[in-house]
Write a protein that binds this ligand. Structure first.
Ligand code: SF4
Length: 463
């Protein structure tokens, strides 16, 4: 495929200090990409808040009260717009805050927090209360652990402090804070139950956006595999207590859950494999990897039958989309590395070349993997900002941007299509049915007649 620009040619960047966070594919230069570090001050970043990372991971626990201890602004990072679905209670959709004022900041917010917990428990009877620490709590030094412990005893319900003061690291530190909470919650009361279900697996880094957990559950059922616990899509607090019963952990969003899977391997000898249900090729590989890891001939046979059925069902439609899309170009900026890697393969399946690719929280190995999969000349960027993304999309003539809801405006302002692949969307994008949904959305977006009437800034119009 043709080269976008010369390998090693320096990309145009807007902030000098970000030089090492933006690279052009060519040889193995992605090994030098700066990543997994705190965001540059002044750069518009999406990974700068620890609380945000912790909340993303824990919020899909549906029967919990999620109480944000801090100013109301932090709680306005609300989850009720997210597409993470529940098969039961909707309690998790509420965003509660202690709404700290200046007076509380001066005199302390512990009394207000204790009163808020008592009120919420009396009103909602939750199975658990998660209390998130925010920046200001780290500054004023409220003793979250002590308040939560006392509230737990008073109300006879688990009240768990999530140590997530926003400025104490970045989003990845928030993921770890949440995983530590999950580890504590799953501690087995009876050691004999560890790995007690040889055909059961846990699914980590899956948040049931648009019901995606249920799609995977359906595949596993057909394979004869039990889905034990999902962390944390459509999870209940009680579910966490049987996490250690499974024989295997599969990890999709590695950025948020690899830490947990590693800890479980260390503590309970439960192995894990990295998987992805994004795109047809990766879904097929994932199903086979699960069957192989469980080493059961019956599961293997059922898995192959499932793959054959599903491929026969979707291949003709995918071929039609491929004919319409071949030769188009896409830019990708998503949260985690696994999704970016899978999207490279998925776009190739549709005949589309990726010209810009980046993530909010990708890890070094993930960037190295991306660099082996994209063409020379592709721009690879870590923790980017709107100015860079806009510039590279225009320069490399991307027809489409795949990102989260915050990137939508970036694409539309320069007359490009946009696909939401983050938690706010309302339709499933994983598995075989997700691959068809994705292909349809990409085709409908890129081939829409609307582009004839919208000026495309920095390039020619879409074909
Ligand atoms: S915790 Fe800090 S960084 Fe996060 S939303 Fe609140 S004020 Fe902002």
């Amino acid at each position: 495929m043709k080269t976008n620009r010369l390998p090693q040619e320096a990309p145009k960047i807007f902030i000098e200090e970000r030089k090492r966070s933006v690279l052009v594919k060519g040889g193995d230069n992605a090994a030098a990409l700066n990543c997994d570090e705190d965001s540059l001050a002044g750069s518009v970043s999406q990974r700068a808040c620890v609380y945000c990372g912790a909340r993303v991971v824990l919020n899909p626990i549906t029967d919990a009260v999620h109480l944000v201890h801090g100013p109301v602004g932090c709680a306005s990072f609300t989850m009720d717009i997210r597409g993470s679905l529940s098969s039961g209670t909707e309690l998790y959709r509420n965003s509660f805050s202690t709404d700290l004022s200046e007076e509380d900041v001066i005199f302390g917010g512990e009394k207000k927090l204790a009163a808020a917990i008592d009120l919420l428990v009396a009103r909602h009877h939750p199975k658990v209360v998660f209390v998130y620490s925010t920046c200001i709590i780290g500054v004023i030094g409220d003793d979250l652990q002590a308040v939560c412990k006392a509230a737990s005893q008073r109300n006879n319900v688990d009240v768990i402090a999530v140590e997530s003061s926003g400025f104490m690291g970045n989003k990845a530190a928030g993921y770890r804070a949440a995983c530590n909470v999950l580890l504590k919650a799953m501690e087995p009361q009876d050691g004999s139950l560890v790995k007690s279900k040889p055909k059961a697996i846990n699914f980590f880094g899956e948040f049931n956006v648009a019901g995606e957990r249920w799609i995977v559950h359906n595949y596993l059922e057909q394979m004869g595999v039990e889905l034990n616990v999902v962390l944390t899509g459509d999870a209940r607090y009680e579910d966490l207590k049987r996490t250690t019963h499974a024989a295997l952990n599969i990890v999709q969003c590695a950025g948020s859950m690899n830490y947990l899977a590693n800890k479980m391997q260390e503590l309970y000898d439960i192995p894990f494999i990295q998987i992805s249900f994004v795109g047809v090729g990766d879904t097929v590989d994932t199903l086979r990897k699960i069957a192989e890891a469980l080493a059961d001939p019956d599961i293997t046979a059922k898995t192959e039958a499932l793959i054959e059925r599903e491929l026969a069902g979707i291949t003709p439609a995918l071929e039609q989309y491929r004919k319409r899309l071949t030769g188009k170009k896409a830019a990708v900026y998503v949260g985690g590395g696994f999704k970016a890697i899978s999207l490279i393969r998925q776009f190739k399946e549709l005949g589309i070349e990726i010209v810009v690719i980046g993530t909010q929280t990708g890890m070094k190995e993930e960037y190295q993997r991306m660099a082996t999969l994209v063409n020379d000349g592709t721009v690879i960027l870590d923790d980017t900002n709107p100015a860079e993304l806009t510039g590279f999309m225009m320069e490399l003539q991307a027809d489409l941007l795949v990102g989260g809801t915050k990137e939508r405006g970036i694409a539309y302002k320069i007359g490009r299509g946009f696909i939401d692949h983050n938690h706010a969307r309302q339709h499933a994008l994983i598995g075989f049915e997700g691959a068809i949904n994705f292909a349809k959305e990409v085709a409908d977006t890129i081939c829409s007649p609307v582009w004839k009437y919208i000026p495309q800034i920095g390039g020619e119009k879409h074909g």
